[in-house]
Design a protein around this ligand. Structure first.
Ligand code: DO4
Ligand code: MG
Length: 255
């Protein structure tokens, strides 16, 4: 968006028309080969919803049962109020082909592929992207109060490869897929669809905006419906591919 700020797009009354006016008459790009695509963020912090899929509820109950945390996940899954947590300041969001990280003091780390909402300053969903809510499951499982440490650290949040500007809800048939490549083979793959998402994206956005202000808008990850088996942990050098229909594939390497 040469000459235009990303914040301007997010806070504009009609982002779709603004984008059309920017590309109209512009020289089409001939080669993206040498261009680094940045994360689709300027001032937008990233928040996340949790335990919005049955698979996430079950995995969390299992990982935290020894610590007595199991019932919290069951209760939040069926409660009216969703779990929402702060995920990443704008400055730490990793973009396409950027390097994500696992914590050095964690022994069990997983990616979480999540449909991510772009919400404008008025609380209206204006677009969608793919997100990775990297998580340290051993830290989270030891005590639910360790959640911020399991979730918020440098290199724990990736977004991209683009934002689909669209205010309409995505079809429930929309597929979310993940492939984790290791040493030239696929170590784990999984998929789900938005039909498994228990809460409406607009309801999640509504809770986030109840008592918060986001003058430049924000992102909200909508939770994971794909959890690798307990024997799986990410390794340095793994490549995480997250694909969401109509958005594309976010690829990141684990540093
Ligand atoms: O409550 C822990 C985090 C849940 C989460 O990140 C998810 O379900 O995606
Ligand atoms: Mg998550």
């Amino acid at each position: 968006m040469t000459g235009h700020a990303w914040d301007e797009l997010v806070t504009s009354e009609d982002p779709h028309t603004l984008l059309l006016s920017i590309v109209e008459g512009a020289e089409p790009a001939k080669d993206f080969g040498s261009v680094q695509i940045l994360a689709p963020v300027e001032s937008q912090d990233v928040w996340a919803a949790g335990v919005t899929y049955y698979r996430s509820r079950s995995a969390r109950m299992e990982e935290s049962k020894d610590a007595g945390g199991g019932s919290f996940y069951d209760r939040v899954y069926s409660a009216e109020r969703p779990e929402l947590f702060f995920k990443s300041p704008a400055r730490d969001v990793v973009g396409p082909l950027g390097t994500i990280r696992i914590r050095k003091d964690a022994s069990w780390s997983v990616p979480e592929p999540e449909l991510t909402l772009l919400i404008n300053h008025r609380g209206r969903i204006i677009g969608y992207t793919a997100g990775n809510d990297m998580s340290s499951r051993d830290i989270e499982g030891e005590n639910p109060l360790y959640l911020p440490q399991a979730k918020v650290y440098e290199g724990s949040c990736a977004l991209g490869p683009c934002v689909l500007i669209n205010s309409d809800p995505l079809p429930t048939s929309t597929a979310i897929q993940i492939k984790i490549h290791r040493d030239k083979h696929v170590e784990f793959s999984g998929s789900t669809t938005l039909a498994e998402l228990k809460r409406e994206p607009a309801v999640l956005a509504g809770y986030l905006f109840r008592e918060n202000r986001f003058p430049s808008g924000c992102f909200l990850m909508t939770g994971t419906g794909i959890v690798p088996p307990d024997s799986f942990t990410l390794s340095s050098g793994d490549e995480v591919h997250i694909t969401i229909d109509a958005i594309g594939t976010l690829v990141n390497r684990v540093g």
